[in-house]
Write a protein that binds this ligand. Structure first.
Ligand SMILES: *[C@@H]1O[C@H](CO)[C@@H](O)[C@H](O)[C@H]1NC(C)=O
Ligand SMILES: *[C@@H]1O[C@H](CO)[C@@H](O)[C@H](O)[C@H]1NC(C)=O
Ligand SMILES: *[C@@H]1O[C@H](CO)[C@@H](O)[C@H](O)[C@H]1NC(C)=O
Ligand SMILES: *[C@@H]1O[C@H](CO)[C@@H](O)[C@H](O)[C@H]1NC(C)=O
Ligand SMILES: *[C@@H]1O[C@H](CO)[C@@H](O)[C@H](O)[C@H]1NC(C)=O
Ligand SMILES: *[C@@H]1O[C@H](CO)[C@@H](O)[C@H](O)[C@H]1NC(C)=O
Ligand SMILES: *[C@@H]1O[C@H](CO)[C@@H](O)[C@H](O)[C@H]1NC(C)=O
Length: 447
């Protein structure tokens, strides 16, 4: 019954906007006046799902004479609890606040920090999908069914990590209904996420020279720049607590992860917009450093090439067994590596971990890889608007123009003739896992 009500509640949103999960009221019901939509939308890859901005001058919908013939979804798992490595910062913060109870009780706090009078404790878990994450993926399953009624997916593939599998399952509930595990023609499969399984969902795991520290080091560098002034401000505002920069980091994580787990956080209102913008930049340089353009040499495009190759193989039906629809689930990292192989969202000059924050940067994890991110590829054909098969990328409910092959005719829609798309991605199609080019970038794998 609850599920049915959820579906019915969604229908008017779908009809009015076509964007189920972008419902602006979702998770914005907090009482703190500082907790605005703009804060929630600026939490980088830890932001709740929201529609990406539609680039100005680009039509959101295809011309009416066009039909989508084939579609591929790469979905990110929904909102999750913090990773263990992140939770320790939040717990450290809670300990500090607890330890300073007496001083805080006596202090006169600004209204945005008044919640501390009641203390701050945390019951966040680790790693797994949260209730809002379940909701997001269920909503996306419903929306996908309504958006592409002409297709009936017969397979779902998920990276074999619990939150990804559970996300795919909730999507399937929304898409098929509760009978889905019993639809005999539907295959639910998983692909291991480890260092011996070649996968376009987790290609970095089979690249021996890839190192998460490429991104993590950027985080540390930028943290040393932007966290100390916040610590100074908060320590002035909260007498007797003596927060370290790690505690401040914990408070920023608390904002993002309380929101991801409980739908609200008192900490989001404790920061200024520019402080949140600095945190957002941390998440951007982390992802760009570990899964994007700031990886050394050609590593970023090489990793993403595995997916781009698969896309081209399927959309050209190279093996003769292409399906009309593919539903696949992975990570923010998956999508970031794909964008990097395509040369999209690329900043010149590169993002610098020592700042300053470029206001108009193209690489924005808030817009590209929030929780529940949806990278949707459409192959389509038209009776008059375009000649021959075309391709479009819809990322988080907004077209993302394929700028590398846009001609005058396709510019308004951000689309590309499929043949031009293939030509533009010759770098990707020239690479296969374990060939000379892969090995030159990734080093010899140990298996
Ligand atoms: C907690 O409070 C005690 C007693 O005032 C103090 O000795 C200790 O250093 C404090 N710990 C932290 C982490 O602030
Ligand atoms: C999709 O396929 C399943 C299994 O064959 C079938 O039960 C269902 O009615 C189909 N749905 C649509 C919309 O075609
Ligand atoms: C799926 O099939 C199993 C075995 O026949 C049955 O026990 C179960 O109730 C079915 N579930 C649904 C949701 O139809
Ligand atoms: C990260 O920084 C540490 C300490 O400066 C350094 O030893 C390490 O090589 C760096 N790792 C990467 C992948 O850049
Ligand atoms: C605050 O903490 C730092 C590092 O933990 C310590 O060096 C400093 O003495 C503390 N300051 C106060 C006023 O307690
Ligand atoms: C791919 O080619 C095969 C063989 O011609 C055909 O049966 C199948 O429908 C094609 N797939 C798509 C998605 O067009
Ligand atoms: C790449 O390295 C793998 C072992 O890691 C090896 O099996 C393969 O032959 C290498 N490829 C080339 C083209 O040398």
């Amino acid at each position: 019954m609850l599920v049915l009500q959820a579906v019915l509640a969604l229908v008017p949103l779908v009809l009015s906007s076509g964007l189920v999960a972008a419902a602006p009221s979702k998770r914005h019901g907090s009482s703190s006046s500082s907790e605005t939509t703009s804060v929630y939308d600026r939490l980088g890859n830890l932001a709740p799902y929201h529609q990406a901005p539609v680039p100005s001058g680009v039509h959101e919908d295809l011309p009416s004479d066009c039909t989508v013939d084939q579609v591929m979804l790469m979905g990110r798992h929904g909102d999750r609890y913090p990773l263990g490595s992140e939770l320790v910062y939040i717990q450290g913060l809670a300990y500090k606040i607890g330890n300073a109870t007496a001083a805080i009780k006596k202090a006169k706090l600004p209204s945005d920090l008044a919640f501390l009078k009641d203390g701050y404790t945390t019951k966040l878990g680790t790693n797994d999908l949260t209730a809002p994450g379940r909701q997001t993926l269920f909503d996306h399953g419903v929306a996908f069914r309504l958006k592409y009624p002409q297709f009936n997916a017969t397979a779902i593939l998920a990276g074999a990590q619990d939150r990804v599998i559970e996300s795919a399952q909730w999507f399937a509930q929304g898409y098929y209904g509760r009978i889905w595990p019993n639809i005999s023609s539907t295959v639910f499969s998983t692909i291991p996420e480890d260092d011996v399984t070649i996968s376009w969902i987790t290609p970095m795991d089979t690249c021996a020279d890839w190192d998460y520290n490429y991104g993590n080091n950027a985080t540390i560098t930028w943290g040393n720049v932007y966290l100390p002034p916040i610590a100074k401000r908060l320590n002035k505002a909260i007498p007797g607590v003596n927060l370290t920069t790690d505690d401040v980091h914990g408070a920023l994580y608390a904002c993002a992860y309380d929101l991801a787990a409980w739908g609200t956080s008192p900490w989001c209102g404790a920061f200024t917009e520019s402080e949140i913008a600095d945190f957002e930049y941390e998440l951007d340089v982390l992802m760009d450093g570990a899964f994007g353009y700031n990886l050394p040499g050609k590593m970023g495009p090489t990793l993403g090439a595995l997916y781009v190759d698969k896309l081209i193989e399927r959309f050209s039906n190279k093996t003769g067994d292409a399906e009309p629809i593919y539903l696949e689930f992975g990570h923010d990292t998956t999508i970031d590596m794909i964008l990097t192989a395509l040369g999209l969202a690329k900043d010149t000059p590169r993002l610098s971990a020592s700042g300053p924050v470029p206001a108009h940067r193209k690489w924005r994890t808030s817009e590209q890889v929030p929780f529940g991110a949806q990278m949707i590829w459409e192959k389509f054909s038209c009776t008059s608007s375009f000649e021959g098969p075309q391709i479009r990328l819809v990322l988080n409910d907004a077209p993302m123009p394929l700028t590398f092959c846009e001609t005058h005719a396709t510019k308004e829609y951000g689309t590309c003739a499929f043949s031009d798309f293939v030509k533009a991605n010759a770098f990707s199609t020239s690479i296969t896992w374990g060939d000379a080019a892969w090995n030159a970038t990734c080093g010899a794998s140990d298996f």
